[in-house]
Design a protein around this ligand. Structure first.
Ligand code: GTP
Ligand code: MG
Length: 451
């Protein structure tokens, strides 16, 4: 049973491979015994004091020398007795120390199990545990700062304020519902006015959350177009390195190539693809099938065409195909001129050349506009992060919308109260420590072993 703390768990907490030091972590009731059998120090190991130690195996044979730190329950990361051994950063030594602990009755930790124990022992709130996973997963400085902002309980406080405003309105409605003959119904216009800022606050939290999600998870941009349009040249120019092969032979790129750049703090996954054309050899046809998949999976289609030539059927088809989705149209090779037919057919396109930095800046701006409306994300503010937080916020926003609709349509006041109560209870999933088992499991499954 994962939550039980009757077992002692152990893992190498540092990443695999060679390093300056490695840290082996053990947590659970038999930690004092592990200390007694495996950790030899001149004087008794004191709590929370790094002490030079000789580490031996279960038979007393030397394994390594390093630092040992003992944290006594409940004053540890997990809330249990916890031992950290800082040893030499050799994967072999790390494995041997873990093996010796297993021989003394410990078992290997599951991914995230240390943090899971911290949560179940009341050392850490669920949102903080999720923030820890986000800090570790962060791909950019902005994502790391944003995760850190969520480590504190700011979001829960904001949601509590919204809930208490809702609770006050609900109380005011209660009298009218329970004693319809004695208590007059509150003024409907006044109720709507009181609900408006609550809705606005939640909507703003949801917007910030969506931006945070982008900063955390990144955005896929598929660079598509006919062969020879300059797609790989564009990828290279945006990356600032010669990542993809560029040549004047149409059909140079055969496979999709994915690389990330950071735009306004958002990791943007650029996917260079094989040029689309109808007369392709077998190998190229495979590449074009991958292009199709990249186009389907990416959020934004960046359609590139050689604007110095008249439009061909492939570029016209792509123009039609991407009509109803977020897209950026880019007419490249403006240094060779721009065909008037293209200028008419692609009126909103960026016209320029990958060789011009100003054109690249316009492409980056267009990604920011298509991807996140060029809104700035304030990484210092707490924001919605977990899936269950988004679900709860959107459910509450929808319920408030229905409540306002009911007020407008002069529906019975108890219908309005039901919707407000629903919003109130949904938001409780964010502000209070009530979390369904699958939410808890979902959060901890993201962790690596040893955390
Ligand atoms: N004059 C000019 N040539 C360019 C420009 N961009 C790319 N090229 C040239 O166009 C040719 C094709 O460029 P690529 O980047 O390989 O084109 P692609 O769209 O990736 O082509 P495929 O991989 O075959 O689909 C190369 O010879 C590039 O040097 C540009 O802005 N101006
Ligand atoms: Mg290419």
């Amino acid at each position: 049973m994962l939550d039980g703390s009757s077992t002692t768990i152990v893992a190498v907490a540092t990443p695999p491979g060679k390093g300056a030091i490695a840290i082996v972590r053990a947590s659970g009731p038999s930690v004092p015994e592990l200390v007694r059998r495996l950790v030899q120090t001149k004087s008794r190991l004191r709590r929370r004091v790094a002490t030079y130690a000789t580490i031996v195996d279960e038979s007393g044979d030397l394994l390594d020398r390093g630092l040992a730190i003992f944290f006594e329950a409940p004053h540890s990361y997990t809330g249990e007795d916890l031992l950290e051994l800082q040893i030499h950063g050799s994967p072999v030594v790390g494995r041997e120390v873990v093996r010796a602990m297993l021989a003394c009755g410990a078992r290997l930790a599951e991914p995230g199990e240390f943090t899971r124990r911290a949560f179940f022992n009341g050392k850490m709130a669920l949102h903080a545990a999720a923030a820890v996973a986000d800090i570790i997963d962060a791909q950019t400085r902005c994502a790391a700062r944003a995760a850190l902002a969520n480590f504190e309980s700011g979001l829960a406080q904001e949601i509590r304020a919204v809930r208490s405003a809702l609770a006050t309105i609900l109380q005011d409605l209660e009298g009218a519902i329970d004693f319809p003959d004695e208590v007059p119904e509150p003024d409907r216009g006044g109720l709507k006015e009181r609900l408006a800022p609550i809705r606005a606050r939640l909507e703003s939290l949801a917007r910030d959350g969506e931006l945070g999600r982008l900063v955390r998870e990144g955005l896929g941009v598929a660079i598509v177009g006919p062969p020879n349009a300059g797609k790989s040249s564009l990828l290279n120019a945006l990356l600032g390195t010669e990542r993809a092969i560029v040549s004047d032979i149409p059909g140079t790129t055969r496979d999709t190539i994915e690389e990330s750049v950071v735009v306004d703090g958002v990791p943007v996954r650029l996917i260079d693809t094989a040029g689309i054309r109808s007369h392709a050899d077998r190998l190229e046809a495979h590449g074009i099938a991958r292009t199709e998949r990249a186009l389907d999976s990416a959020t934004i289609a960046l359609v590139v065409a050689d604007g110095s030539q008249p439009p061909d059927s492939a570029s016209s088809q792509l123009l039609e195909r991407t009509r109803d989705r977020p897209r950026i149209l880019f007419l490249n090779k403006a240094d060779l001129g721009t065909d008037p037919a293209f200028a008419t057919a692609w009126p909103h396109a960026i016209v320029g050349t990958v060789r011009n930095p100003e054109t690249l800046e316009r492409v980056r701006d267009a990604i920011a506009t298509a991807g996140w409306n060029a809104q700035r994300f304030d990484a210092t503010r707490p924001h919605l992060a977990g899936l269950h937080e988004f679900e709860a916020a959107y459910a509450a926003i929808a319920a408030l919308g229905r409540a306002c609709g009911a007020l407008d349509a002069s529906e019975p006041i108890d219908f309005v109260a039901t919707e407000l109560a629903h919003a109130f209870s949904q938001l409780g999933h964010v502000s209070e420590q009530v979390a369904a088992e699958e939410i808890v499991t979902g959060i901890f499954s993201r962790f690596c072993i040893g955390k």
